[in-house]
Design a protein around this ligand. Structure first.
Ligand SMILES: [Zn+2]
Length: 151
């Protein structure tokens, strides 16, 4: 599985690093009463950075857990695009580069855990057509993969 991180994720990472950096700057330049602002920026920036890393790692691990092999064709040639949205949930794309199937996975913006999985494009030979557009839990696709293997 190959991962692509979209610019929105990097923009957010840069933002929190700048915030922490500004906080550090204020702390170094002014050792007076306003240093509390520096501490707030620094702590907020670092906390957000750690939190982001936690969410990102969870989203990645979840994608690996459920999509290490394509549920439709079994290929491990999978591309996952990890992104960050300005909403409660984040949506990512999982694309099978062998059969062309594409899923949108929705993860919690707080924890990075997968909430729902939706097939938005069936494979190039129309396998999975019957599941198109259905929002399911990730376990559903584990079942599909298992059924395919039994055939
Ligand atoms: Zn596939």
């Amino acid at each position: 599985m190959r991962f692509i991180t979209t610019n929105s994720v990097w923009a957010l990472v840069i933002f929190v690093i700048i915030l922490a950096g500004l906080g550090l700057g204020v702390l170094t330049l002014y050792q007076s009463e306003i240093s509390i602002i520096g501490w707030i920026w620094l702590v907020t920036g670092l906390t957000c950075l750690l939190w982001l890393m936690y969410i990102y790692t969870n989203a990645k691990n979840n994608a690996i857990e459920y999509f290490s092999a394509c549920p439709i064709c079994g290929s491990s040639n999978i591309l996952a695009k990890i992104s960050w949205g300005l909403s409660i949930d984040d949506t990512h794309e999982v694309i099978c580069q062998d059969c062309g199937a594409k899923w949108i996975i929705k993860t919690s913006g707080w924890t990075g855990k997968i909430k729902t999985v939706k097939l938005v494009k069936p494979s190039d030979n129309d396998a999975g057509q019957e599941y198109l557009g259905k929002e399911t839990d990730p376990e559903f696709w584990v079942t599909i993969a298992r059924k395919r293997k039994q055939k």
